[in-house]
Design a protein around this ligand. Structure first.
Ligand code: NAP
Length: 336
């Protein structure tokens, strides 16, 4: 039987005020689907970009639209042919298949999800923690497992080190023995970044980070991990040691302007990456393997204090407004 549940929807792109708390109808789970009652829903920066509009979308998204790609919850019923999960299972998911940014819908009390996209949450990983760290952790995993893994003693510059992804990268790189230099927007974020393993912090809104980094490591850093984008990426080349790796994984301040490839030679034979997690989320088994690694790191205490700043789901507009103003450190989770 169909059910009516509360959800946050947008009817047009715009500011946080377009997020509305409404009734929506959901069908019973179809073949291969599970109905999940959400207990914790991630706020990701991509949700803000989807809400604003124009984010990697060639075609307009169908409206009204329920934002959100990531949540944790409990399976309440399953459709035909589902064997991997059963009612009562504690689960999480990131995206529901191809078309990551088109197939949103997590900002709702309940949702039908293809069962193959669900990962079981182990004991020792709370629902809020899972929602706070799956996508952000997979973003960090993509970097440290596929692009650049710090060697002990490597200096690594992490921009917005106290952000959702930044705190995971900071902890993970420090775990590998890297000397993390974190840029941060305010003194409280500096404290949080240091508490999570940053050896140095730079208040990059009031201090030019290039000379500040060079004062710490005159030969330059081995890698730059940057989710800020427009305001930081190009300048970061001047912080890099020869043969360093520059990773732009996000655009919180806007897209990085086009870069002349010759700059990679002139600034010291640099390599540059622009990863995106949605590519490897297409394979459910790979998703589960990578989540298992993340959950293991949480259980071992390598990734810690991931319990996020929370807001009621109904107040998603306030959560978006605060995130856009970059007021607070760490990830944000919406609670149904
Ligand atoms: N490549 C991928 O697959 C992938 C996956 C996940 C996330 N991302 C992207 O990675 C970026 C960071 O994600 P996150 O979850 O860490 O985000 P977040 O927790 O919301 O943090 C973003 C941080 O960026 C800094 N910032 C600088 N300029 C900003 C501006 N104009 N507006 C807002 N924030 C600004 C702020 O830190 P300070 O105050 O310290 O400056 C802010 O806290 C986003 O662009 C996101 O879309 C990419």
């Amino acid at each position: 039987m169909s059910a009516i549940v509360k959800a946050i929807r947008i009817h047009s792109h715009g500011g946080p005020e377009v997020l509305r708390w409404e009734d929506v109808e959901i069908a019973p789970p179809g073949p291969g689907e599970a109905r999940v009652r959400h207990t914790a829903i991630a706020l990701n920066f991509s949700d803000i970009n989807i809400r604003r509009g124009g984010f990697y979308q060639k075609d307009p998204l169908p409206m009204p639209l329920i934002p959100g790609n990531e949540a944790a919850g409990v399976v309440t019923s399953v459709g035909e042919g589902v064997r991997d999960v059963k009612p009562g299972d504690r689960v999480g998911y990131v995206g529901v298949g191809a078309g990551f940014f088109a197939k949103t819908g997590a900002y709702a009390l309940e949702r039908n999800v293809p069962a193959t996209r669900l990962v079981h949450l182990p004991d020792g990983v709370a629902d809020i923690e899972a929602a706070a760290m799956m996508l952000k952790g997979l973003t960090a995993s993509n970097i440290v497992n596929k692009i650049y893994r710090p060697a002990p003693g490597d200096h690594v510059l992490i921009h917005a080190a106290a952000s959702g992804v930044g705190l995971i990268l900071t902890q993970w790189c420090a775990h590998f023995g890297a000397v993390v230099i974190g840029t941060v927007g305010n003194a409280e974020k500096a404290r949080v970044a240091r508490e999570h393993g940053a050896a140095h912090t730079i208040l990059y809104r009031e201090t030019d980070f290039v000379p500040a980094v060079k004062a710490i490591v005159p030969q330059g850093v081995r890698a730059v991990l940057d989710g800020v984008g427009k305001d930081t990426f190009e300048k970061s080349m001047d912080c890099a040691a020869p043969f360093a790796t520059l990773v732009n994984y996000g655009n919180a301040s806007g897209h990085v302007p086009p870069i002349d490839i010759m700059q990679l030679s002139l600034k010291g034979t640099l390599s540059m990456w622009r990863p995106g997690v949605s590519h490897f989320l297409g394979d459910p088994e790979r998703f589960k393997t990578l989540c298992a690694e993340l959950f293991d790191l949480v259980q071992k205490g390598v990734l810690r204090n991931l319990a996020a700043r929370t807001y009621p789901l109904a107040e998603a507009a306030r959560a978006h407004a605060d995130a856009e103003r970059a007021l607070f450190a760490g990830p944000v989770v919406l609670l149904p």
